[in-house]
Design a protein around this ligand. Sequence first.
Ligand code: ZN
Length: 124
Amino acid sequence: MDKKKLRNDIILIASLLLVATISLVVLFLTRNTKDFIAKIYVENNIVEKVDLSSKEDGDYYIDGLKGKLHIRRHNHAIAVIESNCPHQDCVHMGYVKSAGTPIICAYNAVSIVIDGTSLNDVEI
Ligand SMILES: [Zn+2]
């Protein structure tokens, strides 16, 4: 058994673990940024900013292109509760809290995009 090689392996594994731990901590800290905002767009214009870092529930009524949308904030997530669109895709999305998952209602030209937590933010 080559003791020097074994020691080098241990150092390598230890430093890999250290790097992994630091990455996790950084990820954890950036995930808890205060800028946890859902932006509601109608035809590419921001009509409402919903602060998802707040614990309080909130209801928002947005005038879409062809009708009203009832949007609700609950438990740091956001959902379309009611919409007049024929396919109800936006309603079926349910509650979303991830920056990588926008809610889109094509019928009403409404999109809800969450900002501030993901490295690959979706910009519209
Ligand atoms: Zn819809």
